[in-house]
Every structure is written in structure tokens, then in C-alpha cells.
Design a binder for this molecule. Sequence first.
Ligand SMILES: [Zn+2]
Length: 88
Amino acid sequence: MQSVRHDGGLCPRCGKHLDAHAAADARTPASRVPKPGDIAVCMYCGTPLMFDVHRRLAVMTEQDVDQLTASEVLALDAALDIYRRIAS
Ligand SMILES: [Zn+2]
């Protein structure tokens, strides 16, 4: 994963400003731009998030989690592991 500067707005849970994300696919500039349905984890509060159709971050719902692919579940778990290491 590669860290990419991107104004993601405010975390809908803790209200902290999120100005960067880790791109699982950073091969091209276009692939580094979040698209609707992309997942994220707030590194301030550990909340799983998802970009909505307006590329704003929303708290991930149980229905969102149920619809994740196996690779997305692994990516989410990896991001939550990073958060836990940062928070501890
Ligand atoms: Zn947060």
C-alpha cells in the first residue's frame, strides 16, 4: 500500500480531518483516487469507513461489511491491524 494525500473530509464518527489514505492499488494516478465503495479506516478512532457516491466518507454499515469481497475483507483487517498498532 502507498500513502496518498487526499482530502477525505471529516471522519463521520470522530470529526477529525482526514487528509491522506493508503491506496491498495497505487499503480496509476487514477487508481490512487478513492472511488465510491472504496473502504477506509479512520486512523484517529479506528472506525471502518466507505466512500459514498459523492466520495465522502460514511461509517460502514453491517450491510456494507456483508457485501465486501474476500480481498476487501483482508484489506480492512490489515488497516484495522495498523490502527491497533498505532493506537496501542
Ligand atoms: Zn475517526
